[in-house]
Design a protein around this ligand. Structure first.
Ligand SMILES: O=c1ccn([C@H]2C[C@H](O)[C@@H](COP(=O)(O)OP(=O)(O)OP(=O)(O)O)O2)c(=O)[nH]1
Ligand SMILES: [Mg+2]
Length: 148
């Protein structure tokens, strides 16, 4: 494992008493994050669930918000915009946009783990407009052009 980067974290008033997201095992990629509110998400519904924390991620990194497989498999709960992107310059509350793809209403309880956060390096880029692109064997083939 490479060494962990440090992300400054601010606890918001409604985050009082909630655990700080942390790696559960030495080889874990994701830090489980818990809900800071109680909410019921109906089948087909979605909600931006509060986490009670704001971050200052070091420049050159992002934090991705990813679903938990257990909630997905057992309850049809996912992050609608997965992977959610927390920008390094975002200072608002981190929220988890949960969507209920299951058949039953899902009760989110304060303190329950709802998603996992993965820190990742970001390669910024800019586009350079040109008149012609170089040719390749693939060309414009895509979307299944190589077969199943
Ligand atoms: O799951 C998410 C996704 C985003 N955000 C916050 C942090 C992120 O930096 C900001 C903007 O996210 P994004 O760029 O995905 O949303 P947008 O619709 O493009 O909004 P904006 O115009 O604010 O960039 O919203 C969250 O708290 N949770
Ligand atoms: Mg954006």
């Amino acid at each position: 494992m490479n060494s962990a980067i440090e992300i400054r974290l601010k606890r918001l008033p409604h985050g009082e008493g909630l655990p700080i997201p942390a790696l559960a095992t030495s080889g874990a990629a994701g830090m489980d994050v818990v809900a800071a509110e109680d909410v019921i998400i109906p089948p087909g519904g979605r909600h931006a669930v509060a986490t009670g924390f704001a971050f200052a991620i070091p420049e050159g990194y992002e934090v991705q918000v990813r679903p938990r497989s257990g909630l997905a498999l057992k309850n049809g709960i996912t992050c609608l915009n997965t992977p959610g992107t927390i920008d390094a310059d975002y200072r608002g509350e981190v929220k988890v946009i949960l969507a209920n793809l299951g058949a039953e209403p899902f009760a989110v309880k304060r303190g329950e783990r709802i998603a996992q956060l993965v820190a990742a390096p970001v390669q910024q880029a800019r586009f350079a407009e040109v008149d012609d692109l170089d040719e390749t064997a693939r060309g414009a083939g895509g979307f299944g052009s190589t077969g199943r």
